[in-house]
Write a protein that binds this ligand. Sequence first.
Ligand SMILES: N[C@@H](CCC(=O)N[C@@H](CS)C(=O)NCC(=O)O)C(=O)O
Length: 291
Amino acid sequence: MTDTPDYTPPKVWVWNKENGGRFANINRPIAGPLQDKELPVGKHPLQLYSLATPNGQKVTILLEELLALGHAGAEYDAWLIKIGEGEQFGSGFVGVNPNSKIPALMDRSGPQPIRVFESGAILMHLAEKFGEFLPTEPAARAECLSWLFWQMGSAPYLGGGFGHFYAYAPVKIEYAINRFAMETKRQLDVLDRRLSESEYIAGASYTIADIAIFPWYGGLAKGWIYGAGEFLAVQDYKHLQRWADALLERPAVTRGRMVNRMSGDPAGQLRERHDAQDFDTKTQDKLAAGS
Ligand SMILES: N[C@@H](CCC(=O)N[C@@H](CS)C(=O)NCC(=O)O)C(=O)O
């Protein structure tokens, strides 16, 4: 193992703002709003405040799936929250999510607006509201929710653990990368074994468990996340690859991945979504550009 400088924690931890890590400018040890800023409200029943990170994509994929099934009540405005610029610390956003993280949803379809934060809670709220993608039969529902909560508990080891130390930390710490690469590969194996016996994560049908897991672990399998495909030998997880390919065939997955996207191929970025036709305009732009 390579040496890392010796470090003895002080008696009381102090906040060193200049720690050099990526995102150091937005990480801080205190919660609450930093500035007064109201959130915009559009014309649709659902107002989403988000960004196309894996956590953000879960919600836009589900909304696009619901619309594809003909649920007009799932029409939504997706407003861009630039977390790199600290927009999650505006007072309006903190009112919707006191945890200052995307995604956050205001359901304005009833007499009183309902705030929903945490992507898993948003997926459950929408699945129950529209009666889709969450089985009602007790055993199937338990399986779906078990995998949904598996994702919520597991992805922080992938993102906050592996991704942070492999891609974003200012120094490469072998101990930390080994620890979290091991856990990430264990999680990939959990999914691969499950998908060797089941078409979708929770059984024979596509559910919010697939929608929650895909942006993280499908993205990792396809080498989109942290540039770590080769390092983690993701091609070895054949069943996970089969499942990721199947989800990529779904038009709603393609659309959901485009919404609130600020990076990558400009043709794949729909920064804000206020109308189903926004995707057509995007396609026309792409055709006009000859791509
Ligand atoms: N457990 C949360 C995690 C949300 C989360 O970590 N969001 C990140 C982007 S993927 C964020 O908004 N980060 C901004 C910050 O930490 O200030 C969920 O599933 O909704």
